[in-house]
Design a protein around this ligand. Structure first.
Ligand SMILES: Cc1ncc(COP(=O)(O)O)c(C=O)c1O
Length: 388
């Protein structure tokens, strides 16, 4: 039986492929340190979990409006108004059952077949897959180590044209942890402002920042609200990956279309999960802040240890919980390198190419792991490399 052509455009995400290889080795008795999966190793803060349980007990188990419950949409609108300094209303907010659904909806709403879409390479693999899925023309823009893993703006300028329909931004970035400086955001805004190109800004890691520079969102810049879609979620900030809760902020002129899209795609987001989302945004931020503080310490530990290994060069990323060290000096492709450290050292890392062609020469390590695992994992990598 024949499937629709678009189904052949889908592929596994690198992290899941490496995870299943690592788990297979574990089943055979090998000890594995997991650096491949991008999720906090902390439990969801108790007050958030309790709020979800209380909602279940109170019978909040029915459909809600496709855009989400009014209370959560209001809370998100207030949160965005405060963090971005731009008046944002409930009429711009759609709650989604994950950040990934928000990305899907944003792309479905803006990409027509043949439209050019600029996106970061290396970048979160869902962007490229969904650009292809919606028939867009993928226009990768390199993130370069020399710019602290921000865009090469000379390439950005060259690739931006009147055919550009969507620009995807992700800061701090998965997989590099890099943060786009305000000056680059301003330049991108000045380029798109006089066109009808959309900006989709994925701000999933915007509360995980370790530098002293304040977060810059393109949504906050004058007149950008009318052509910007923010996608965000609760997975990382509140250690809620399994709850599946995200949202999008769109121009109010578009919200009806998003309403219909969510109606037919998901119906709504789980009602008790939405209640937990209210607790997350309005309750104590102490647990989330403590988690970010721990990631900061782990970042310093892993960068220091990796840079002690001769041949590895690792930048100090300003956000998220990933490092993206340069391993090109070992003369192997990223895939070979990742496969070597998995089989020889029992350490699961992702090849940089799982995030696009510009990831060649790099690996991604998620340091959302216990400090003792970080130390053991890097020691094992160091030992395995000394045999080369
Ligand atoms: C950059 C980025 N955007 C979006 C997501 C999706 O998060 P979720 O679907 O768990 O909300 C992730 C998850 O890894 C991510 O790294």
């Amino acid at each position: 039986m024949k499937l629709a052509d678009r189904m052949s455009l889908l592929a596994a995400e690198g992290a899941y492929a490496v995870l299943s290889r690592a788990q297979e080795l574990e089943r055979r008795g090998k000890s594995i340190i997991h650096f491949e999966i991008g999720q906090p190793d902390f439990a969801t803060p108790v007050h958030i979990t309790n709020s979800g349980i209380a909602a279940l007990r109170a019978g909040k188990t029915k459909y809600t409006s496709p855009l989400g419950i009014v209370e959560l949409r209001d809370v998100i609108a207030r949160f965005i108004t405060k963090t971005h300094g731009i008046e944002t209303t409930r009429g711009q907010v759609a709650v989604t059952p994950s950040g990934k659904t928000a990305i899907f909806a944003a792309f479905a709403a803006t990409i027509s077949p043949g439209d050019e879409v600029m996106y970061p390479d290396p970048g979160f693999p869902t962007y490229r897959t969904l650009i292809d899925f919606f028939g867009g023309i993928a226009v990768p823009v390199p993130l370069v180590a020399a710019n602290h893993f921000s865009f090469d703006m000379s390439v950005f300028r060259k690739r931006f044209s009147k055919r550009t329909r969507v620009v995807v931004l992700n800061s701090p970035s998965n997989p590099t942890g890099g943060v786009i400086p305000k000056s680059d955001i301003e330049e991108i805004a000045s380029m798109v402002k006089h066109t009808d190109a959309w900006v989709v800004t994925d701000e999933m890691y915007s509360r995980m920042l370790y530098g002293s520079v304040p977060y810059a969102s393109i949504y906050s810049l004058p007149k950008m609200k009318r052509q910007t879609i923010i996608v965000d979620g609760f997975s990382k900030t509140y250690a809620m990956t399994g709850w599946r809760l995200g949202y999008m902020v769109v121009p109010d002129t578009m919200i009806d279309r998003i309403d219909y899209l969510l109606t037919h795609l998901v119906g709504c987001t789980a009602s008790f999960v939405q209640e937990a989302g209210i607790a997350a945004l309005t309750g104590s931020q102490r647990a989330s802040k403590r988690m970010v503080g721990e990631f900061h310490e782990r970042r310093d530990i892993i960068v220091r240890k990796l840079n002690r290994i001769s041949g590895i060069r690792c930048q100090v990323p300003d956000g998220a919980f990933y490092v993206f060290p340069d391993v090109s000096s070992f003369g192997m492709t990223s895939e070979k390198f990742a496969s070597y450290v998995l089989s020889k050292a029992g350490v699961a890392v992702l090849p940089g190419t799982a995030f696009g062609n510009n990831g060649q020469g790099y690996i991604r390590i998620s340091y959302a792991a216990k400090v003792r695992d970080i130390e053991e994992g890097v020691n094992r990598i160091s030992r395995a490399l000394s045999y080369l």
